[in-house]
Design a protein around this ligand. Structure first.
Ligand SMILES: O=C(O)c1cc(=O)[nH]c(=O)n1[C@@H]1O[C@H](COP(=O)(O)O)[C@@H](O)[C@H]1O
Length: 322
């Protein structure tokens, strides 16, 4: 069994160890780091200040191909998505955060051939109408991608049910995947499930966030993962910065990771970026979510989509070959 140590200080991952080793106490791990790398990157005195410490067994799903995972996945939505990624040779999701219908459709058309998943924030589109949804669905068929409405539901079960199924957006009628915060407790999943499950939709829980100072850490993240385990018929994965499932617990959750850029480290508003390789190889993410890195000012959208698709896919191949 492969072990990876994750040292958490107030929720911040400090060190990850890829080699096999179990430790009975943190001091033993620090010694091991010194022996392996010649130095321990943090003063030993800091060690005792760590608020929590966990040794997690890393998921065997890390080394499986998307096809292998699809073959045994019990959830139809997850299965369809994993198959699509391998068929299309893409683990790239583009977050199209623009405010006009024309621009959204134009970008979706350009990135379509390179993505597995188009991510929308439908409520930021000034001129939203049903025709936008119809055209997005047509593009998803033409280019073979799925649609993820990044709604980040965060209310009680009864309210999110109404928000998901009704109103002007009728999200459940067209979005294959949506997501929610776990802060209200398990009722949020039950509410969304009542609407989404009969339609074969999938849900992602926000176990972590990419933004600086996020409160989704430590015990909150662990409780979120436990909630997902109790709803594997509907919850297909997480928005997270790293792998969330452990080998000895079974199941397979797809990890989608935002905060990805090949060029910059942040956006001045708290967003924190890492490269596709850092996300997929080093942290075990399955899908890289890229927004402004693809359609920002002066960018050639097709070129950037191809560049990120290639980087994400190469990272995946490197990971499964290990
Ligand atoms: O749920 C998300 O997708 C999400 C979670 C998170 O922790 N951080 C995050 O940036 N996102 C979304 O991912 C996208 C990132 O966009 P860029 O920063 O432009 O690449 C945006 O649509 C965010 O709403």
């Amino acid at each position: 069994m492969t072990f990876s140590a994750v040292f958490v200080n107030g929720g911040r991952v400090l060190v990850e160890l890829p080699w096999q080793k179990t430790f009975s106490k943190p001091g033993g791990m620090a010694q091991m780091i010194e022996e392996k790398d010649g130095h321990f990157p943090y003063p030993f005195s800091r060690w005792t200040a760590f608020r929590s410490f966990s040794l997690t067994t890393m998921s065997s799903n890390l080394r499986k191909t998307y096809t292998e995972r699809a073959a045994v996945h019990p959830n139809p939505c997850a299965r369809t998505f994993l198959e699509l990624m391998e068929r299309k040779r893409s683990n790239l999701s583009v977050a199209v955060d623009v405010t006009s219908k024309t621009e959204l459709l134009e970008i979706a058309g350009k990135v379509g051939p390179y993505i597995c998943l188009l991510k929308t924030h439908i409520d930021i589109v000034n001129d939203f109408d049903q025709d936008l949804v119809d055209q997005l669905k047509a593009l998803s068929k033409k280019h073979d991608f799925m649609i993820f409405e990044d709604r980040k539901f965060a209310d009680i079960g009864n309210t999110v049910k109404l928000q998901y199924g009704f109103g002007i957006y009728r999200i459940a009628s067209w979005a294959d995947i949506t997501n929610c915060h776990s802060v209200p407790g398990e009722g949020i999943i039950s509410g969304l499930k009542e609407i989404g499950l009969p339609l074969n939709r999938g849900l992602l829980l926000l176990a972590e966030m990419s933004s600086a100072g996020s409160l989704a850490t430590g015990a909150y993240t662990a409780a979120t993962v436990a909630m997902a385990r109790r709803h594997q018929d509907f919850v297909i994965g997480f928005i997270a910065m790293r792998r969330m499932d452990a080998e000895d617990e079974g199941g397979d959750f797809i990890v989608m990771t935002p905060g990805v850029s090949l060029d910059v480290a942040g956006d001045g508003l708290g967003q924190q970026y890492r490269t596709p390789r850092e996300v997929v190889v080093e942290s075990g993410g399955d899908v890289v979510i890229v927004g402004r890195g693809i359609y920002g000012k002066g960018k050639n959208v097709e070129e950037q989509a191809k560049r990120y698709r290639d980087a994400g896919w190469e990272a995946y191949l490197e990971r499964v070959r290990r």
